[in-house]
Design a protein around this ligand. Structure first.
Ligand SMILES: CC(C)(COP(=O)(O)OP(=O)(O)OC[C@H]1O[C@@H](n2cnc3c(N)ncnc32)[C@H](O)[C@@H]1OP(=O)(O)O)[C@@H](O)C(=O)NCCC(=O)NCCS
Length: 322
């Protein structure tokens, strides 16, 4: 059995408002707010990468909990915007934090990454393979954004969130689900070399490219169903869930999920308005923001669901204890 025993986040200092984009592309603050809900996002400095933000999120986790991390024995970094493909970001974090004897692995599951990381950490701990697992969602998306593409560049932000998963006498991970719709692979991608997915032509320019309409439609039609399936799998009803925390991809997606489930939108914490779409960091940021505003608290049953490039999704229901 396992639980989350510590939690921290990091957001870079540079705040980018929507006026920034009015100067570089044909757009407006009104359009961005009405279509996405985003008012500001943060960009990392030129020399600040996913590993740097990971380290800062873990330092915040330590400040929040006073926990020792020198004996962490596995590090999972969930990212779609690594410093480089090799070595992985987790290895950089191990080195920078001076952690000895830790296995290190990156999870590449785009905006579902953080939840896949939780699945893996729970599995490693409950199988008795590891005792102290750091799961970090860290994104330097601004370094992979095409600032000439007005359909996508307005969406993304940089940030990191981290949790520690440890053995527990009581199970705090209640239910899991995941799945992938690989036939939508070409609708959201970041390619350096290969110029096709499923035989369909793509642009291998090292930038995030998406068919926003298709991803939007897929998310609003599938994610509510997956949430219902997960709640059912746990033997619960939506009334038993104190907060649903979906990936903050777009405020309209969050609102559509609430409407479809007939679930109060006030009980769906989001990070999109202040921080933009931060991919695998968006769920930790939403929890931290909710906690600051007197929302998520110890003892709450929360359902988290990530979704994105793949197209893939992963959900988990957790008894939050922080
Ligand atoms: C990208 C997204 C915000 C676009 O919103 P939308 O309401 O679907 O907008 P559309 O794509 O229908 O575009 C509507 C019009 O606005 C225009 N437009 C697109 N981006 C614009 C921008 N930044 N500013 C002004 N106009 C813009 C389009 O060109 C289009 O014009 P047209 O009708 O003349 O062709 C939305 O589709 C989205 O958020 N999708 C999901 C993306 C996502 O979550 N990605 C990550 C997954 S985890």
């Amino acid at each position: 059995m396992s639980k989350i025993t510590a939690f921290g986040t990091y957001t870079p200092e540079i705040i980018i408002d929507n006026n920034y984009f009015e100067k570089i592309i044909d757009t407006s603050d009104d359009w961005i707010v009405s279509r996405t809900g985003i008012k500001t996002r943060r960009f990392s400095k030129e020399e600040e990468f996913a590993s740097d933000m990971s380290v800062k999120a873990v330092k915040n986790l330590q400040e929040n909990s006073g926990v020792t991390i020198s004996d962490v024995d596995f590090i999972i970094v969930c990212t779609t915007s690594p410093d480089h493909p090799m070595p992985n970001v987790a290895s950089r974090v191990q080195c920078r934090l001076g952690i000895q004897n830790a296995g290190c692995n990156d999870v590449y599951a785009a905006c579902a990454g953080f939840i896949y990381g939780l699945h893996l950490a729970h599995g490693l701990v409950t199988a008795g393979i590891n005792k102290k697992v750091l799961v970090i969602g860290a994104e330097a998306l601004s370094k992979f954004t095409d600032f000439e593409d007005r359909n996508s560049c307005i969406l993304f932000g940089d940030a990191a969130g981290a949790v520690l998963v440890e053995p527990s006498e009581e199970e705090h991970f209640i239910a899991f689900n995941s799945g992938t719709y690989g036939d939508f692979g070409h609708d959201l991608y970041l390619s350096f070399k290969k110029d096709n997915i499923n035989g369909l032509e793509i642009i291998p320019n090292g930038k995030i490219i998406q068919n926003g309409k298709s991803v939007f439609k897929w998310a609003v039609s599938n994610i509510p169903i997956k949430i219902k399936e997960l709640v059912q799998k746990a033997g619960l009803t939506l009334d038993d869930i104190d907060y649903i925390i979906p990936h903050s991809a777009n405020l309209r997606i969050v609102e559509a999920i609430a409407k479809n489930l007939d679930y109060p939108v006030e009980k769906i914490p989001e990070s999109i308005t202040e921080f933009g779409n931060t991919s695998s960091a968006s769920i930790p940021l939403a929890i931290a923001k909710s906690q600051r505003n007197g929302g998520v608290k110890s003892g709450d049953t929360i359902l988290m669901v990530g979704f994105g490039g793949g197209l893939t999704f992963a959900g988990v229901i957790v008894k939050w204890s922080l």
